[in-house]
Design a protein around this ligand. Structure first.
Ligand SMILES: Nc1ncnc2c1ncn2[C@@H]1O[C@H](COP(=O)(O)OP(=O)(O)OP(=O)(O)O)[C@@H](O)[C@H]1O
Ligand code: SF4
Ligand SMILES: [Mg+2]
Length: 345
């Protein structure tokens, strides 16, 4: 899976120097520091890191859905070249509707329990009638349009391998298993033909067998639809299976970004290396990173210098004194660590 991206082409997503603060306990606390990410059309970028590293906040910022106690203090977020920051709620809604689909961990909270699956998927055509234009939706009467919308709903349920899709379309969310609900949410996302799909830990709540099925579905949809994906996970195994590129986050910063093959062959940042060593070899607990002693620092009280220095086996004097800035090691490969500072690469 190399993606269809061409150098020079407008990136689907470009995050540059994004810094976000959160209001906690009466003061502003830095939660994201100078985050840079690029996703080109057709690419899948894995955003990986331990719990609390800032993955979801980054994704929420991209979608213009930051919590009320958050403020962006620096940076730029462009979706297909259009700036997200500084837009009104109405403009954001339009941009989101056209460009972005967000799939969350818990499908139950996303689905309306009072509407059938088909009725809630079909709602998208009320908001975006242009999605039916290719089939001549604008020339149809009301009844025929509803029939067309229903056919498209069933077609998309089939696309995500829901058995007997016409029957499932008439069911309510509570009648479906967690895995089936997640498939419905994926179908709902795809029907809008978004430029970018953000999937935030979408298999975490599912059991291992269903997880594997959803992951192989995503891989298949990437191949068949050229889906562009920002895939958030703490599991390097999922990154290996689905992503072309990877950005490793630690305590609000991207510490290493590269293509997946290079990272797996030769991760440079000590945290990225430790994360790889923590990948379960057979079927261990993917959420526990036993290879790294200690925990991620609280954002309210981060250590000075490199935020990883209290856990790093390679720590040396500069690490305690200064925050490392990203260094470019090769094409689209960067690392923020004093080991690779000027003259050391
Ligand atoms: N609204 C909020 N108010 C206060 N702190 C928050 C808020 N949202 C996130 N945080 C804190 O910001 C940091 C980053 O959170 P984020 O949810 O982005 O982490 P994550 O990498 O997605 O973790 P996980 O893997 O557990 O989902 C964490 O320390 C979290 O506790
Ligand atoms: S900057 Fe220092 S402490 Fe941080 S990861 Fe690199 S070597 Fe370790
Ligand atoms: Mg999260």
């Amino acid at each position: 899976m190399s993606g269809v991206a061409q150098p020079g082409e407008t990136a689907t997503l470009e995050v540059e120097g994004l810094s976000v603060e959160l209001g906690i306990g009466g003061r502003w606390v830095r939660a994201l520091n100078d985050v840079n990410l690029t996703v080109r059309p057709g690419e899948a970028l894995g955003l990986v890191g331990e719990s609390g590293s800032g993955k979801s906040l980054t994704a929420l910022a991209v979608a213009g859905l930051l919590p009320d106690n958050a403020r962006v203090v620096a940076g730029s977020i462009r979706l297909r070249g259009e700036e997200v920051l500084g837009r009104s709620e109405a403009q954001l809604n339009r941009l989101r509707g056209r460009s972005l689909a967000f799939i969350f961990q818990n499908p139950t909270s996303y689905l309306n329990p009072l509407l059938t699956i088909g009725a809630q998927i079909a709602e998208v055509f009320e908001v975006r009638p242009e999605l039916l234009l290719a089939e001549g939706g604008d020339r149809l009467g009301r009844g025929a349009r509803r029939e067309l919308a229903w056919r498209k709903v069933v077609e998309h349920l089939r696309l995500v391998h829901i058995p007997d899709p016409a029957r499932v379309a008439r069911q309510y969310p509570f009648e479906l298993s967690g895995g089936m609900q997640q498939r419905v949410v994926i179908a709902m996302a795809l029907i809008r033909r978004p430029s970018l799909v953000i999937a935030d830990e979408i298999t975490t709540a599912l059991d291992v067998t269903v997880q594997a099925q959803i992951l192989s579905l995503l891989a298949e949809l990437r191949a068949s639809l050229g889906m562009t994906l920002l895939l958030i996970t703490h599991d390097m195994g999922i990154v290996a299976q689905l992503a072309d590129r990877v950005a490793v986050m630690y305590s609000g910063s991207v510490v290493e970004a590269s293509d997946v093959m290079s990272l797996f062959a030769e991760a440079r940042h000590p945290y990225a290396r430790a994360l790889l060593e923590a990948v379960p070899q057979i079927d261990g607990d993917a959420t526990t990173l036993r290879a790294i002693p200690g925990g991620i620092p609280a954002i309210t009280n981060p250590p000075p210098g490199c935020r990883f220095h209290l856990r790093c086996a390679r720590v040396f004097e500069p690490c305690v004194l200064a925050v490392p800035t990203p260094v470019t090691l090769g094409e689209r490969h960067s690392v923020a660590c004093h080991l690779y500072g000027e003259g050391r690469v």
